[in-house]
Design a protein around this ligand. Structure first.
Ligand SMILES: NC(=O)c1ccc[n+]([C@@H]2O[C@H](COP(=O)([O-])OP(=O)(O)OC[C@H]3O[C@@H](n4cnc5c(N)ncnc54)[C@H](OP(=O)(O)O)[C@@H]3O)[C@@H](O)[C@H]2O)c1
Length: 229
């Protein structure tokens, strides 16, 4: 049966890969973005920002919702300003809460809807210069568990925590062969992630194969969050 999914932050390379996988299964994927979206979504909506809760109204029931917007704002702690903390929190965490609130009625029209959020390994693994982003993503992980509890058994809420993935957001960390080599060496699986590595977990969490999973944060990170080697 064809399902309806909504992606916020739909310009994301990971989002676009996940949309391809879902559309191959004949599902519909709607995209919301702060940028004009290229083809690849069944319907797309342009918005100004995520944290204010002004989202398009949809009449259809939603089978799933994914919130992609995120930042990688790395600075020594002494240089992080209140504006950095606020901006990272708004984009990474508050926007997700506002989005879920806005589309709750659409999700509740469905017997088994699924929400997927995207955190980062930095929420649970201490990394230098990640003061602001680790706080924002940890808030998102807290939201995952709180809403998982509040919405069970109707709506499942899960979260994926990647390490470095080769997307435009991470480009300045992987833009020379030396940087790529160093990051590859630091990862237990000796690999920088690809959008496809994360997209396949997103589609798993959206579909009924994961129907007994909720409130989980899944590290899809080449082992980086759990292993020392
Ligand atoms: N790439 C990595 O190494 C990595 C590692 C850990 C976690 N993640 C997470 O993965 C998610 C998807 O990112 P990606 O790697 O696929 O990156 P990407 O392809 O560069 O996409 C960037 C994403 O962030 C949003 N965004 C960027 N700047 C924004 C701003 N100023 N205000 C609001 N939204 C903004 C974009 O939304 P629009 O469509 O509205 O532009 C888009 O969803 C993010 O939550 C990120 O934190 C990525």
């Amino acid at each position: 049966m064809s399902k309806n999914f909504l992606f916020a932050g739909a310009s994301s390379a990971i989002a676009r890969q996940a949309a391809i996988l879902l559309q191959r299964e004949n599902h519909r994927v709607f995209g919301i973005s702060t940028k004009p979206l290229p083809d690849g979504y069944d319907q797309s909506f342009l918005i100004e920002r995520y944290s204010q809760g002004f989202f398009p109204v949809l009449d259809q029931p939603l089978d799933g919702l994914v919130y992609f917007p995120g930042t990688i704002n790395l600075k020594p702690f002494s240089r992080l300003t209140p504006a950095d903390f606020t901006r990272d929190y708004e984009i990474n965490a508050l926007g997700a809460a506002m989005l879920i609130q806005h589309y709750l009625t659409n999700l509740k029209k469905n017997e088994h809807a699924s929400v997927v959020l995207i955190s980062s390994v930095a929420a649970s693994l201490g990394l230098p210069f990640h003061g602001s982003i680790s706080m924002a993503k940890a808030a998102l992980e807290g939201l995952t568990r709180a809403l998982g509890a509040e919405f069970a058994p109707t709506i499942r809420v899960n979260c994926i925590a990647p390490s470095m993935v080769d997307t435009p957001l991470a480009s300045k960390f992987v833009d020379t062969p030396e940087k790529r080599e160093q990051l590859t060496k630091r990862n237990p699986m000796r690999k920088i992630g690809t959008p496809a590595d994360i997209a396949s977990m997103i589609t798993f969490l959206l579909n009924d194969d994961s129907q007994w999973m909720t409130g989980q944060v899944l590290n899809v990170d080449g082992g980086m969050g759990a292993l020392k080697n």
